[in-house]
Design a protein around this ligand. Structure first.
Ligand code: FEO
Length: 410
């Protein structure tokens, strides 16, 4: 803690500036970052978020110079990733009377991560209020921004939003506030948005709706600059970049079916895309001419290729269509494989192999996890026999993900 930085009466920044090259999401943050933690010095002193796990002990030692740690009544954890919750283990050990405040989904994660099984937790959710003696906190759940358990804390009297990762920048700085920044922070702010928040833009829109009615004077995120100048502009950037494009997009679902189950998946895909207001077309490759299919591929923005598995291979004309993809420029198109199977479902993998050889933007689970952290989106869609309720949910997830990609404005 370099010095005491005051946001408003009795609200202090107590974080850590990290000037190192910080490894992050397989990138290196060459401008470093900050881990912003806040102390609300009220009748029931409250800490909002902590610092990276590497600085936990230093954080607690510095905090001791400001407050007797046993007097801390609440520690609010908005997000469990260890760059913000990392000081919790050291802090909770000294702040023995503190109740840990977090969302329902965060409780077990924090107990496991910091061995806090015997500590008192207060679970909060949308609209809950906490009186901290002289100030009042309210809570807003913001799932998937960028992990499932995340929430925002809002201090009602001071009109300060504490959104943790949301509205952050990765810049180590000793100016703390955006109006004191030595250069324009917008590029770093947008860069952070694109990397961390944009893959979850549907949830960004939900969050914007939830905070719309709040009077926000200061945004105090947990990385980089505290925003107190032109605050609405920073919210508008998130709003505009996360909106759906108004350009209409087309999806094509091609299938080759044996007993009708792959056709059923194809029909569900079309139905779900239509529910998302995406123009979609379906073709049975065994009942359409090759010219008709190739023309439809050319006109589509996303193409789903489906085949049942028979004797460990695709069936019908699907292979003939896939062989022709190499003659097309598909670099602006999204592609995915699907299919029903009874035993091992090799056809879906073979379709996937063909798509890998083309220059289509192939959707696959591994890349999605690496680029977004989402673990519940499945590509290719391999469905055993006929799709049932659980499989329909998997199809819906795949359709939502594809729709978000298709309608992204950036
Ligand atoms: Fe800054 Fe998701 O941690």
């Amino acid at each position: 803690m370099e010095k005491n930085i005051m946001l408003n009466e009795n609200i202090f920044w107590v974080g850590k500036v990290d000037n190192r090259d910080v490894p992050f999401h397989r990138l290196t943050l060459t401008k470093g970052t900050t881990y912003n933690s806040y102390l609300l010095m009220t009748e029931k002193p409250t800490i909002i978020d902590t610092v990276d796990i590497s600085f936990g002990r230093e954080f607690v030692e510095n905090l001791q110079s400001l407050i007797e740690l046993e007097k801390i009544k609440y520690i609010v954890i908005n997000h469990t990733e260890p760059d913000h919750s990392g000081g919790l283990g050291s802090l909770a050990a000294k702040a023995k009377n503190a109740v840990i405040v977090c969302s329902k989904l965060a409780v077990d994660e924090l107990k496991e991560m910091y061995k806090l099984h015997n500590r008192e937790f207060l679970v909060v959710g949308d609209g809950d209020i906490l009186d901290i003696g002289g100030k009042t906190l309210s809570f807003i759940e913001t799932p998937f921004l960028h992990t499932e358990e995340t929430m925002i804390t809002y201090c009602i009297e001071d009109k300060i939003l504490f959104p943790c990762d949301i509205f952050s920048t990765h810049v180590a700085n000793n100016e703390y506030f955006n109006d004191l920044a030595k250069s324009d922070i917008i590029e770093d702010y947008i860069g952070y948005y694109k990397l961390i928040m944009h893959p979850h833009r549907r949830y960004v829109q939900n969050m914007i709706k939830k905070i719309k009615t709040l009077d926000i004077k200061i945004i105090a995120p947990s990385h980089g600059f505290i925003l107190r100048d032109n605050v609405q502009n920073f919210i508008d950037i998130y709003d505009n970049m996360s909106k759906d494009s108004e350009v209409s997009k087309k999806v094509l679902v091609l299938y080759s079916t044996m007993t009708g189950s792959t056709k059923k998946i194809a029909n569900i895909l079309v139905e779900k895309f239509q529910e998302q207001n995406i123009n979609s077309k379906i073709l049975d490759v065994n009942k359409s001419t090759k010219e008709e299919v190739m023309k439809a591929i050319n006109e589509a923005d996303a193409i789903f290729f489906g085949s049942s598995t028979r004797y460990a291979d695709m069936i019908g004309n699907m292979e003939e269509i896939l062989k022709n993809l190499n003659n097309l420029n598909l670099e602006d198109k999204i592609g995915a494989a699907f299919g029903s199977y009874g035993w091992s479902g090799e056809a879906v993998e073979v379709v996937q192999d063909y798509l890998k050889k083309s220059n289509i933007k192939l959707l696959n689970t591994s890349d999605i996890i690496k680029s977004t952290g989402m673990i519940d989106i499945e590509f290719p869609l391999r469905i055993r026999f006929s799709p049932k309720e659980n499989e329909i949910k998997r199809i819906e997830g795949a359709v939502r993900f594809t729709t978000d990609l298709l309608l992204s404005v950036i």
